[in-house]
Design a binder for this molecule. Sequence first.
Ligand code: FAD
Ligand code: NAG
Length: 442
Amino acid sequence: MPEPTPEKRPFSKILIVGAGPSGLLLALLLSKHGIPTHILEAASHLDPQPRAAHYGAPAIPEFYRAGIIEKMAERGGLVLGGMCWRYPQADGEEEEGKAGYEEHGIVAGFDAGQVMREVEVELDGGKKKMDLRTHCLALQELDQLMLEEVTERYGGTVAWEHRVVGVGQDDEGAWCEVEVGESKEKKVVRGDYVVGCDGANSAVRRALFGEEFPGFTWDAQIIATNTYYPFEKYGWWDANFIIHPEHFFMAAKLTSTGLYRITYGETPNLTHSQYLSRQPHKFHTILPGHPLPSDYQTINFSPYRMHQRCAPKFRVGRVLLAADAAHLCNPWGGLGITGGFVDVGGLYECLSGIWDGKADEGILEVYSEKRIEKWKTIIDPISQENFRRVSDREPGTRLERDGFLQLLKRGETDQVLLKELLMGPMEVRYDFTQHYHDAGKK
Ligand SMILES: Cc1cc2nc3c(=O)[nH]c(=O)nc-3n(C[C@H](O)[C@H](O)[C@H](O)COP(=O)(O)OP(=O)(O)OC[C@H]3O[C@@H](n4cnc5c(N)ncnc54)[C@H](O)[C@@H]3O)c2cc1C
Ligand SMILES: *[C@@H]1O[C@H](CO)[C@@H](O)[C@H](O)[C@H]1NC(C)=O
């Protein structure tokens, strides 16, 4: 089938709600393909909170597709090499040496560089060698890069201070009811499709399903910080997960200048200022070297709750959901926006397929079904297990009870097995082009 001529395109504009990572990546992929996009964003600027910073293998092909992989590196992006799980240190109550394991000793670990540095990936009808190691760049930097690409390079537009409060649709198109600026002046913005990329409290999801967002919230608290601390001095790796029921934490490299993401467990239901005042004691207890506040510098500090939730559907007619608006998981293992970026890549395949006359609207139903299936069968169970692993009641015996850690341990001397393990998460990807009209005829 020939490509439709410009005046015969099946639609003319995609409305995206939210200029967070998922909305920006979707706008970038679509506008790069020549599809007009318009983003409605409630805030007046990009979100500066310390959230995602590490993007796992399944998200990487989308960075190549968006043409930003080199620019990420230019802006200080890194790839992580070594990742390991560690035993805790004695917390003062138990005597040193009594725990039965070496304090902060490695339970299991791997260096992705050996097997993930150059992997052949099939994308957009061709094969390409990609570096599938976990990539790292603070979310606000990645957002800024994608925003510039969308608006300065591909002609996508963003309306700031446009808060979506309602969504509607008919046979002709879909629209958003918007409150603009401080005056909250009401206005209606129209497009052919509306994609809700508006995060955990999505107004688009609420317009479709009200308060219905099945799943649960963990009775646990985490604090995310960005902290300068010389972990290298203690021989620590790029990413370290420390197992403990109370003092579990993660320390992962953020920049080449000594900044780390330290995310640690805390007691639920305290106030922000209580968490702040407990932080020095917490770091003294959990970090290698038992540092005092003068030994580190914390530049961001944010308490978070964690959720496992998935919307009933990711598509109702001309209205679609992606990333946190569609599903939530805890951040241990970095499957949050990694999974969100994979949604976005899939939705891009569906919408660009319709645009090019290679697919009909029914492909959007497949998007909803397949992305929900991937969340339920992979992202939800694996992310739950990741949190249970790091917060295990008995760190000393976790390895004996943990098939994944045992396989990783075998992978330390078996590269074939290691690659198989590290490629496992790529299963969250789904190729929607197999539902194009001409699929399989080539
Ligand atoms: C501490 C922490 C660490 C994390 N680490 C990782 C990690 O390393 N790797 C990973 O993959 N994931 C991680 N995550 C998860 C990741 O941050 C989220 O999955 C991601 O930010 C979701 O992106 P999003 O675009 O879906 O939504 P958001 O980032 O929430 O963006 C939504 C945007 O929509 C806007 N908006 C909201 N409502 C409206 C409205 N009504 N109208 C218009 N605009 C609206 C908001 O202002 C915002 O700009 C982490 C999360 C936390 C809390
Ligand atoms: C925190 O508060 C919630 C809601 O009130 C409650 O269900 C939970 O048990 C509390 N958790 C702890 C550890 O106190």
